[in-house]
Design a protein around this ligand. Structure first.
Ligand code: MG
Length: 225
C-alpha cells in the first residue's frame, strides 16, 4: 500500500512527488564501476535528476521486499527534505523557506539493472523507481534550529558501518537543488527530495538490518524481508 501521509510533528503531510538527485557526492561517483565517471562540477549547469512514484515510499520500521527483476540491490543513504510550500523559479536565497522537514532515507537501486540500462542508454526507472525503492525515515521538522549545510549521517548494515557522509560535501547544495527543480517543475507542498549518496554503497540481502543515523536527524531502521 502506498504511504498516504508523512508525519511531521503534529501534522500529517500528503506526499506529492519524489525527486532524486544523482551524482551529488564526488566520492560516490568515483566508486561506481561505470564507464561514465563524469563528476558534476560546482559550476555545472544542473544536477542529475530522476523521479520515483509515491508507491516507492516505505516508512521506517517496515519490512522491505527486494524486487525480483534484478539481483544486486544496493543501499544509497541520503538526506531527504520535505517541502511545506513550493512555487516556480524560486531564488536560491529564498529556497530554504520551502523546507518543512528533513530526514534520512534510502534510494534503493538495482545496480545490475542500472548498469545494463546505462549501457543501452535507456531511462533509469527499472533500476530506481520500483515499489519500496524509497525508504523514508521519520521527519524532523525544519525550523532553522539546525544547519542544513553540516548534517553528518551514517548507514549501518547488520551493525557494520558502510556509508558516512556530510551535507557539506554535496556538489549541489539543498538550496541550489530546490531552486533548480523549481525552474522545471512548479514545486508543491509534499514534494520530497532525495539529495544524493556518499560513497560506500553496497549489496543488501534477505534479513539484513539497515540503520541510518545522524546526530541531528536521529536513527531510522528497516529490515529486508
Ligand atoms: Mg541516490
Amino acid at each position: 500500500m502506498p504511504i498516504v501521509s508523512i508525519p511531521l510533528g503534529e501534522r500529517k503531510i500528503k506526499p506529492c512527488r519524489v525527486f532524486c538527485i544523482g551524482k551529488n557526492y564526488t566520492d560516490h561517483v568515483l566508486e561506481l564501476d561505470d564507464v561514465d565517471k563524469t563528476v558534476q562540477s560546482k559550476t555545472g549547469k544542473y544536477p542529475v535528476v530522476f523521479m520515483k512514484p509515491v508507491t516507492s515510499i516505505v516508512s521506517s520500521g517496515e519490512l522491505i521486499q527486494a524486487p525480483e527483476h534484478g539481483h544486486t540491490l544496493h543501499h544509497e543513504a541520503e538526506v531527504v527534505v520535505l517541502l511545506g510550500s513550493g512555487g516556480k523559479n524560486i531564488l536560491i536565497d529564498d529556497s530554504l523557506r520551502c523546507v518543512s522537514g528533513v530526514t534520512l532515507g534510502l534510494d534503493l537501486t538495482l545496480r545490475d539493472v542500472q548498469a545494463d540500462i546505462k549501457k543501452r542508454g535507456h531511462p533509469w526507472e527499472l533500476a530506481k523507481s520500483f515499489d519500496q525503492s524509497s525508504p523514508l525515515g521519520l521527519m524532523s521538522p525544519y525550523d532553522n534550529s539546525f544547519d542544513l549545510f553540516n548534517i553528518s549521517f551514517s548507514c549501518f548494515i547488520n551493525g557494520e558501518k558502510r556509508q558516512e557522509g556530510n551535507t557539506k560535501e554535496m556538489i549541489f547544495s539543498i538550496p541550489k537543488i530546490i531552486s533548480f527543480l523549481s525552474t522545471v517543475w512548479e514545486l508543491f507542498p509534499g514534494d520530497l527530495i532525495y539529495t544524493g549518496t556518499p560513497s560506500g554503497v553496497g549489496t543488501l540481502c534477505k534479513r539484513d538490518e539497515i540503520i541510518l543515523e545522524s546526530p541531528i536527524l536521529g536513527r531510522h531502521k528497516w529490515t529486508m524481508f
